[in-house]
Design a protein around this ligand. Sequence first.
Ligand code: B12
Ligand code: SF4
Length: 593
Amino acid sequence: MSKIDLVLLHAPSVYDFREKSIMFGPVSDMVPSTPVFEMYPLGFTTIAEYLERHGLKVRIVNLAVLMLNRKDFDVEAAIRDMNPAAFGIDLHWLPHAHGSIEIAKIVKKHHPNTPVIFGGLSSSFFHEELIGYPSVDYVLRGDSTEEPMTRLLYAIKGKGSVSDIPNLTYKSMDGSTVINPLDWVPENMNDISLDYSFSMRSVIRYRDMMGSVPFKDWLQYPVCASLTCRGCTHNCVTCGGSAYSFRNHFGRRKVAFRDPELLVRDIENVQKYVPGPIFVLNDFLQGGPEYVSEFIRGLARIKLRNPIGFEFFKPPAEEFYEFLNEHLDDYSVEISAESHDDAVRTAFGKHHYTTAELEESIAAALRNGCSRFDLYFMTGIPTQTAESILETSSYTESLYSKMNNDKRLLVFSSPMAPFLDPGSMVFDDPDKFGFKLRARTLEEHRQLLIEPSWKHIMNYESDAVSVDDLVEATYEVGYHINRVKGKAGIVPQDVAEQTMQRIVEARDIMRRVDAIHKEPAATRVKKLGALRKEMERLSESTVCQKRELRWPAKANWRHVVNVLALWAKESIAGLLGIRTGTQGVACEATKSR
Ligand code: B12
Ligand code: SF4
């Protein structure tokens, strides 16, 4: 097999999570990952596919999943045995601040002459600090690095210079930092592939299922994401992916959409191989009426069989659900309303709808064939008091009663944790929003991550609620929402009771950790160590059962046949030394290579 040009490594949030005693808490309850955030950015697959289309060979290694699956998985040995032309490490989500930098150190220890490239939104925000770490050679900034990464790889291989690569921050020969302009900001998202074809081929090519799965339980729950755009038209004040953040930190002035036709093609390819639900992220209604019509009619044309879910930033009206119902067999909806209280939601930046409108939308969806409606609330947002957090549970009860305890409606509440997003409006100007930051720099965040509980890890404090009260209220509202869901028959009574019991135990551990935290360092480590197993158990499925987030899916003979056909094609190509994959036209910049 020819030499690999780039290995993309995904680190766990905290590198030595298998030894450290940390009560991560409900930080990842609303996403498929565990608290070590083992999911790698979708951008790994778009970078890998793009590079391969341009003549380079890439491998994704999800170290976080490998470490989660095998307690004795030897990270150092695995890295030592790799030998690519360059390593890429994501620091996209700030909770990876600890793990990604530790992994970079290990890479440098075993491969001192191999370049280490960082990228992702947090890397972009902290690029000047990040490049100061001895184990980081390059940082590629911005939300679209497929083309700059291709140019960088060719430069590393001796074809071209780094001085004119857009979005690149690097160390020059004399050790000083060079910051190239952030001007690679494509207007659309049509030059990349988002159909998981790279992941499928990669599993077969490297006979490595676990190293490249997106998250730990993906094989049991093969959910796939589709993305309509890069950027966002909204301005939620704590979001590091808002229009404000993209404009001020990632160079994007306008949302970049993916053509609806391509989006349909992505989904068509996914449904060939993967039986799981397809989740369309970044509200496609932002694209306007023509976009919506073309996309949904396209899904009907390909006779979509997988369940499909849509994230909406604003509750849609009845006619829209009628349209979905007419064209799709199995659709679901997800809305993050943040708070039941209009004033709090407005302070969050979602002033464009009221709770009354939300309720009308839920009722309309349930009347028009929606398979499932997930409604999310959040704790820790500007102006939200402990009382307001607790009121969410009585509101939930009244909402269920208004919706006749319809089992298709699932309400969840989780904290804004562990971090307030860097580059969000609140992060940039905390005083204006009644917040105080406990950490500003990357290094400060890296240190916070190894504190003993999520209460100590959090990077913010709100004037509206103390951190102690926020943590208590978060568990309390989770407890009551479960009680309401159990009573209304939304989740089985025994499941609700198990979750409530776990919440009681989690609160107890939090109090014990608080007490231990005040003790001298020598006794602290030992006492926290004794709680390690309990902390691990009580940091997953805390405020709800992770199973509740899952939509049903079944594999059929078509998936098996298609996967076998792909396996045969990949194996034959491997024997003959032929590259396979999406055929694309090389862009101007890479044509000459
Ligand atoms: C889709 C999405 C998700 C999906 C993830 C899908 C996935 N696997 O990527 C889900 C819903 C699961 C999710 C979860 C989380 N998310 Co999220 N998510 C988004 C969202 C809405 C869009 C991201 C997107 O469009 N990506 C497009 C793809 C194609 O590109 P990409 O993955 O970003 O990669 C490109 C660049 O970032 C860069 N890049 C990325 N990695 C690397 C690595 C290298 C080496 C290089 C060179 C470049 C590079 O190049 C890539 C290709 O161009 C943004 C908000 C927004 N408006 O942007 C938030 C956002 C990214 N998420 C955020 C957060 C906080 C989270 C969570 C931590 C929340 C939580 N506590 O649970 C978790 C983490 C999950 C995990 N790792 O296990 C914050 C991040 C803030 C920050 N800087 O830390 C954002 C900005 C906003 C928000 N609050 O939701 N998220
Ligand atoms: S939280 Fe708000 S600003 Fe951020 S991606 Fe969602 S809608 Fe856009």
